[in-house]
Ligand binder design. Structure first.
Ligand code: HEL
Length: 377
């Protein structure tokens, strides 16, 4: 009797700790069908709010669903297609995390060792571990806050710049740490610049080589590139448009840039097909050992509906489905890329503008349409 009461209390506590708007996690195998009409409506809204184009691709147990609205290029008026390549911004962080987790599984580094063991003297605090940087819990200040305090001048000042990793870390270290190592989640590009440095130090190769050999080639990602410090997107691609801070100012075509400010934190170019394939491979265990995937999916709560693992976000949807992936914002492009826990349904959605608050607020609804199968309100 007493056992049952304890169990009931535990269950109640567990339910109370769920986000206010979310249903309990949905049991496996009950995923609703995607709502393509709803998805098209969300993308149309993003275009009405100022994105020149918006598109999404769902890969669902081998069935592909595609929706695209608006243009890929405002000058030529070419229609956007789900096959267009684009800059995926911080979805790159999941690729970088995969490479580092592979190196950890090969015994080349320990997640709980100090970063400075592998990069002597880099960080001012020896307590910052590899796990802290992968989970944004290092307290390293995000140098992007300073770079992009003013959106268009900030972008134009880095558009053709080539940064070394050390220079980016140096910019972060001008500021005090945001928290004690491990004490709190605080998102920072600096963490994934450190991840890039670790990859290069441990392998003796560039991150481009490691991405290619460990992820792009094995998965056959033929639309995926790490172009740094070149400025062009190869092949057919969507142009990306930055929204200036001044209301009514014309959009800035931000497609061509070195993305050197981002590198291993955000410089990959890809397509919806490839990103879906990547997430599906990762979550179904084809890129890391089962133990590494468990570590990546071990989450720290960010807010009511989100949590962060190691280079991996989790979103909890209104229907109780939990999805794993990342979001990305690089000048001109805003990406949502998530998949179910088993990787069998994945969604990549893109809006071809960034720094537009209304579009950014609209894009999460793509997840509801893709995984909850009902029209978003
Ligand atoms: S920000 C994010 C997203 N992440 C982070 C990273 C990435 N992208 C950046 O740090 C770029 C900053 C934005 C640049 C620019 C724009 O919107 O294009 N904004 C400004 O200049 C504002 N003054 C947490 C949203 C992520 O989803 O992980 O990607």
């Amino acid at each position: 009797m007493r056992g049952a009461a304890v169990l009931a209390t535990a269950l109640l506590l567990c339910l109370l700790s769920l986000p206010a708007h979310a249903a309990p996690p949905a049991p496996a195998g009950t995923l609703p069908r995607p709502d393509l009409t709803g998805l098209r409506g969300v993308l149309r809204t993003a275009v009405a709010q100022g994105a020149p184009g918006a598109m999404a691709r769902i890969d669902d147990h081998g069935t592909v669903r595609r929706v695209a609205v608006g243009v890929a290029d405002r000058r030529t008026g070419r229609a956007l297609s789900d096959g267009d390549r684009f800059r995926i911004g911080s979805v790159t962080k999941t690729f970088s995390a995969v490479v580092l987790m592979q190196l950890a599984a090969e015994g080349r580094l320990r997640l709980d060792a100090p970063v400075n063991r592998y990069l002597p003297g880099l960080l001012p605090d020896r307590r910052i571990t590899v796990r802290h940087v992968l989970g944004h819990r290092s307290g390293l200040y995000d140098y992007a806050n300073d770079l992009f305090a003013r959106t268009v001048p900030g972008f134009e000042s880095v558009r053709r710049e080539v940064f070394t990793y050390r220079r980016l870390v140096g910019r972060s270290l001008r500021h005090p740490r945001t928290n004690r190592p491990g004490a709190a989640y605080s998102y920072s590009n600096t963490n994934f610049v450190v991840v890039g440095m670790l990859i290069e130090k441990l392998t003796g190769h560039t991150v481009r080589t490691e991405f290619q050999n460990r992820v792009f080639k094995p998965l056959g990602l033929r639309d995926t590139f790490y172009v740094h410090p070149g400025t062009r997107i190869p092949g057919r691609h969507a142009r990306g448009y930055l929204t200036p801070d001044r209301v009514g100012a014309p959009l800035v075509d931000a497609t061509d840039q070195t993305a050197s400010w981002a590198q291993s934190a955000g410089a990959i170019i890809s397509s919806a097909r490839d990103v879906d394939r990547f997430l599906s491979a990762l979550l179904s265990g084809r890129l890391t050992s089962p133990a590494s995937l468990r570590e990546m999916r071990h989450m720290v709560r960010v807010d009511d509906s989100q949590a962060y693992g190691l280079g991996l976000r989790r979103r909890e949807l209104s229907c109780g489905v939990r999805v794993y992936g990342h979001t990305g914002a690089v000048q001109g492009y805003y990406t949502y890329a998530f998949a179910t826990k088993d990787g069998r349904r994945s969604l990549t959605a893109l809006a071809t503008t960034s720094n537009n608050g209304r579009v950014l607020d609209t894009m999460p609804a793509t997840l509801e349409s893709a995984f909850c199968g009902k029209r978003p309100h």
